[in-house]
Structure formats: C-alpha cells, structure tokens
Design a protein around this ligand. Structure first.
Ligand SMILES: [Zn+2]
Length: 366
C-alpha cells in the first residue's frame, strides 16, 4: 500500500512527493488527464500522504501507510462512482424543499472534502464552492492538511468566480485539487493561480504489465485486447468488463458476417430476440454499436495494410478472413450507413427491431 500502487506517470508522482518532502506543495493543483488516467486516485493518495499518522516514507520520500485511521478513512473515498450514486440516491429520498438546498459532497474524513459535479446538470455549483469557503479557513481537526478535491472542471460561472476568491488567498493548511480532462477547460485566472500537472496516457505495454499483476486469471491475448481497448487509461483497464465486451462483439461479428455474406439470417434473428426496448436494451445496443464500429475500424486497418493498429488482436485471424470479402469502399460506406441507422434509432422507440435494419444497411448490394 502506497504510491507504488499508482501505475504510470512515475515522474509526475515523484515530483509531487518531492514537493511534499520540501513542504512546497502548492495550495492549488490542476491535475489534468483523460478519463481513467488516475487523477482522482492520485489526489486521494496525496491526501493520505499529507495526513498519514505514521508519516510513512519510501525511497526517502513521503508515502502513506494505508493502515492508520487517517489513511483508512481517506481510502474510503476510492470508489467515487458508487459514492456519487449513493449520495444522489440519498438526496432523491429527501423532501422537495430539502432536495433543492442539498448539494452533492463526498466525505469520509472530516478534513477531506470531495466535490463532484452536481446532477442533473453535472456541473459544480456555487453552493458547493460556498461549503468549501465555509470550512477552508478553519484549521484541520484530525489531519495536518485540509484537502478539497473538485472532481470535474465544469464550474457554473458564479461557482468559478467564488473559487477564484479562495485561490487568491488560500490558507496555509489547505490544498485544493481540481481534476480536469484538460486544463484549458478552466478560466485562465484559475489556471494562473494553480500548478498544472498533466497525467500522460500509458503505453499498451505498461497496461499489459499492470493487467498481468491485477488480472492473472485472464489469458495473455485477453490482456493484450483489454490493454489496446483501454487506450492508455489504466482506470479503464481496471474496470473493463471483458465478458460483456466479448458478448457484444460476438453479436457484432455475426451482424458483419451476415451483411458481408448476404446469407443466412437465422443467427441474426436469434440475436435480435435478446435485445429489448427500454433502458437496459439501450445500454446493450450502444455497446453493440461500439463493437461494430471497432470491428469496422480493425477491418479498415487490415485492408490498409496496417495490422499493427488492430485492437481486437485476439480474433485477428477471423478478422483477416472477413477482410478478404470487405473492400475499402464497402467498409467506408458501411460505417456511413450504420451511422444513418443509428441516428434513426435514436429517434425510434422500438429498438429491438433495429438490428435487422443495421444489417440491411450494411449488406452488400449487387
Ligand atoms: Zn497512514
């Protein structure tokens, strides 16, 4: 347990720990990086390192023990999505009048406050920043440093202006993290008062290495597949649902085969049966569409003589066979026609009927 559990971006992590060691950690840090790059995990790790009661170190730099009361309570922040869902649900249960005044916060330690975007607009609102203002000037109760983590850069205008006021004069004992896909999403005045640290994407090899440790039950080709589909985001690799992906890809393959060979429709019919209308069906259908696009992409790579870009590496020989009957023209027009059907489906309610339409749209017309 410690910073060694963080994957990738070793230089950035090292730099942050150096600043901690010298007591030079900035009061406001914009942690930028794409979704799944580890921004949230890293900010909670720094919060633990700042407040670890054991003052753990490793390689001569500050770390966290993971066992003391502060480490344990801050670690409870880890599953952000589940915590946000629970907080949203709790608010839904309130009376109308209370609901309006309640904003979303996640807190498992009195001195560490997580501020997520507030539904349904999914933006950080002025009342949320006000709560930060109300507490930030009080000395920490059980920690050495008060830590505030804004998990998104989508601030409402008034909220951004309030945040700016804190950034102008932050107290000695507080650190604010703002997590952003890109620092450019934030006001220049916020950026100029913060230190911007960028988390880079990991290489496929790095993610494969991570999966070797954390998904030993997967076979090598499966780990290679997930590493490619995660596109450099270790968080995505961590939560990747391989079973669901394989199932929807199997369906996507059947649809493509039927369209290319213009033959047997009985298999397609069986699949159509499993897609129902409603919210669950929609999720499944969207996964199916993503799978079809990803297979079409791979076929295009094979067709263009660039097999090294293929992501569905575990079924490459099957794709190779398919690509023999898929010309470049077919692949590009199939994607276009699929996009058309997709737009139509978004307007249509009877989603379960549309699988046939997807296949028909891509079918080779002679
Ligand atoms: Zn500790």
């Amino acid at each position: 347990m410690g910073f060694s559990d963080f994957h990738g971006n070793a230089e950035t992590v090292h730099g942050m720990r150096e600043m901690l060691a010298r007591d030079r950690f900035p009061h406001a840090v914009i942690l930028a990086g794409r979704s799944g790059s580890g921004k949230y995990t890293l900010s909670t790790m720094v919060a633990r390192a700042m407040n670890c009661l054991e003052q753990a170190t490793s390689n001569g730099l500050p770390d966290f023990c993971g066992r003391c009361a502060n480490c344990v309570r801050i670690a409870q922040l880890e599953d952000l999505d589940a915590r946000c869902a629970a907080a949203t649900e709790a608010r839904e249960a309130l009376k109308e009048t209370e609901k309006k005044e309640t904003r979303l916060f996640i807190q498992t330690h009195p001195d560490v406050l997580v501020v997520p975007p507030d539904p349904p607009q999914m933006m950080i609102k002025v009342d949320q920043v006000r709560r930060v203002i109300d507490t930030i000037y009080f000395r920490p109760l059980e920690a050495r440093e008060r830590v505030f983590i804004f998990t998104d850069a989508a601030f409402m205008k008034e909220a951004a202006n309030s945040l700016l006021k804190i950034l102008e004069e932050p107290p000695e004992f507080a650190t604010i993290f703002i997590l952003a896909e890109s620092a450019g999403e934030l006001l220049p005045t916020i950026r100029s008062r913060s230190m911007v640290l960028q988390l880079q994407s990991l290489t496929t090899a790095e993610i494969e290495h991570y999966l070797e440790k954390h998904r030993p039950e997967w076979k090598t080709p499966q780990r290679a597949l997930v590493a490619r589909l995660s596109e450099g985001a270790v968080g995505r690799a961590q939560t990747f649902d391989l079973a669901a992906y394989s199932a929807s890809r199997e369906h996507a393959l059947t649809i493509l085969k039927t369209a290319l060979k213009s033959g047997e429709h009985s298999e397609l019919f069986k699949i159509t049966e499993t897609y129902r209308a409603g919210a669950e069906g929609r999720v499944k259908l969207e996964a199916l569409l993503r799978s079809i696009y990803s297979l079409l992409q791979d076929l295009l790579f094979l067709d263009s003589g660039a097999p090294e870009f293929v992501r569905n590496t575990d079924i490459v020989s099957e794709l190779q066979k398919l690509s023999e009957s898929a010309t470049f023209e077919w692949l590009t027009s199939a994607s276009e026609r699929l996009a058309e059907v997709e737009r139509g489906m978004r307007r249509n309610l009877l989603r379960s009927l549309s699988l046939d339409a997807m296949e028909a749209a891509m079918e080779i017309r002679t």
